[in-house]
Design a protein around this ligand. Structure first.
Ligand SMILES: NC(=O)c1ccc[n+]([C@@H]2O[C@H](COP(=O)([O-])OP(=O)(O)OC[C@H]3O[C@@H](n4cnc5c(N)ncnc54)[C@H](O)[C@@H]3O)[C@@H](O)[C@H]2O)c1
Ligand SMILES: O=c1ccn([C@@H]2O[C@H](COP(=O)(O)OP(=O)(O)O[C@H]3O[C@H](CO)[C@@H](O)[C@H](O)[C@H]3O)[C@@H](O)[C@H]2O)c(=O)[nH]1
Length: 465
């Protein structure tokens, strides 16, 4: 088997960028070129000021600084990189379809297909093509059929190698991965390709953590892993609503059930609802696939995870309105956090977007502070929903970089993201800034109840009466 020394990755996003940076870091003898059609993104990856990388991830800038322009390259020269590579990762976006058949549920594979067509056009010698993007079961077959019909006699081997990193902990997840999954054919060339990819990972991942399966199991496992994780969050969030009606405390319930080794303690943190680019998209895709095979009960079962998540976001916004005497019209509400979780600048499907939208619908005046998300991104997220004119959104919602000043004359503060710095804020000063009664809605269970009540806040913590 030929050793892999040239890798190309199509897509320099939240997965392509960090994943390839780590491969370059762990495999000095492999040249890694990450390509993208988005010139701005590539310019940002090449920016000499590492604070301006397009993605914020703890530990990322150090790895980029160490390897960039040595064996890690960012470029828009897609064809050149494909031509040179022995192994091509496809790491482009696969959003939920917004049109046509499967609208609102199926994954949109147009970017994947375009990549396959480009590879088919450019490749002059045999290539291993690796699906890194999250794809519906049996996508590899579609890619193979595009690649095999070029008439150039080039042999393509398709592998599925889904990524399991979570944003905010991407570098650690990549370096200390729980497992690496490689799906491929059992034919001799398929086995050779699986082993070639396995050897890349073996540079730092223990061999027993590298699993080989058939392509379909690998593609499906990615959707199922996300569905199980999101299901845990929806399960505990469902219980948080019950806790708020009783004297139970969701944190105590999480701890009590998490001590059962069969359940385990992770992913039982009640919240304002899960966000991120993956959970909702991948579950909707699973639901779509199940329904398309006539498995209505299976589809309904998993769809409930999304329904519960929508309920949790809505419930949080409604509680703010109800508590503020059934109207927030003209009332100033400071929102702390816009990212879908801490330690990332990613806002895709963030609960904050939907809560803000619901409050704007009630004519609230919102002031947002997030340490890593830009004003442009916040407005773009709301404009994308299309609930109102962008001028009205800009009139009602302001983005600030002084979190304490944001609370002057505010009726309420809502914590949307669990950024660590929020815990260190001067909450006495914030209380003094605000109108009284001063309401504090904690969607992340970040602060201590007794401390906040002692300061004088009317404090509402998700999952606690
Ligand atoms: N974000 C995550 O945490 C995460 C984790 C695991 C898996 N995934 C999956 O990985 C895939 C990528 O996700 P992401 O978050 O990195 O997306 P992203 O939107 O951040 O990045 C995708 C990039 O691909 C580029 N692109 C699209 N079409 C292209 C083409 N034809 N040629 C070159 N570049 C092209 C886009 O310009 C964009 O920069 C998705 O399938 C996603 O489900 C994401
Ligand atoms: O107990 C918990 C755990 C998570 N969340 C929320 O759930 C969302 C998703 O969090 P997380 O899974 O940590 O981040 P992602 O980057 O979305 O990562 C998920 O989605 C990726 C994309 O497919 C997968 O690769 C990862 O394995 C999977 O964890 C966030 O809004 C979290 O705040 C909770 O509310 N409570």
């Amino acid at each position: 088997m030929k050793k892999i020394t040239e890798i190309c990755c199509i897509g320099a996003g939240y997965v392509g960028g960090p994943t390839m940076s780590v491969i370059a870091n762990q495999c000095p003898e492999i040249n890694v070129t990450v390509v993208d059609i988005n010139q701005q993104r590539i310019d940002d990856w090449n920016n000499t000021n590492l604070e301006n990388l397009p993605i914020y991830e703890p530990g990322l800038k150090e790895i980029v600084a160490k390897n960039r322009n040595k064996n890690l390259f960012f470029s828009t020269e897609v064809d050149k990189a494909i031509d040179k590579a022995q192994m091509i990762f496809i790491s482009v976006n696969t959003p939920t379809k917004t049109y046509g058949k499967g609208k609102g549920q199926a994954a949109d594979l147009k970017y994947i297909e375009l990549c396959a067509r480009t590879i088919a056009e450019v490749a002059k010698d045999d290539k291993i093509v690796v699906e890194k993007s999250t794809l519906p079961v049996r996508t590899a077959q579609a890619i193979k059929s595009i690649l095999d019909n070029t008439g150039k006699g080039v042999h393509f081997e398709i592998l599925s190698n889904p990524e399991f990193l979570a944003e905010g902990t991407a570098i650690d997840d990549l370096i200390n991965a729980d497992r690496v999954l490689i799906g491929g054919n059992d034919s001799p060339t398929g086995q050779e390709a699986k082993d070639a990819l396995s050897q890349v990972y073996e540079n730092w991942i223990p061999k027993e953590k590298i699993l080989q399966t058939n392509v379909w199991s690998s593609e499906l496992s990615k959707l199922v892993a996300n569905a199980f994780l999101a299901q845990r969050v929806s399960s505990i969030n469902a219980i948080s609503a019950l806790c708020e009606k009783t004297d139970a405390n969701v944190q105590e319930v999480s701890k009590a059930i998490g001590f059962d080794s069969r359940i385990g303690p992770k992913f039982l943190q009640a919240s304002v609802g899960f966000g991120g680019s993956c959970f909702q998209k991948d579950i909707l895709n699973l639901v779509y696939i199940a329904r398309s095979y006539g498995l209505a009960e299976v589809a309904d079962y998993w769809e409930q995870v999304i329904i519960m998540n929508d309920y949790q976001k809505r419930r949080f916004a409604e509680n703010i309105v109800n508590t503020l005497y059934n109207t927030v019209s003209g009332k100033k509400i400071a929102m702390y956090g816009w990212a879908f979780k801490k330690d990332t600048n990613d806002t895709r499907e963030s609960a904050a977007i939907y809560v803000a939208d619901a409050l704007l619908e009630e004519k609230a005046e919102i002031v947002v502070y997030d340490p890593k998300v830009s004003e442009d991104q916040i407005y773009a997220d709301l404009d994308y929903l299309g609930s109102r004119s962008s001028s009205l959104t800009r009139e009602l919602l302001k983005v600030v970089d002084d979190p304490i000043k944001a609370t002057e004359q505010a009726h309420a503060v809502a914590i949307m993201t669990e950024w660590d710095e929020f815990k260190t804020f001067d909450w006495v000063k914030i209380f003094e800034n605000m109108l009284k009664p001063a309401f504090l809605f904690d969607g992340r269970r970040l602060l201590e109840t007794q401390k906040m009540e002692d300061i004088g806040f009317k404090y509402y913590k998700i999952g606690q009466s």
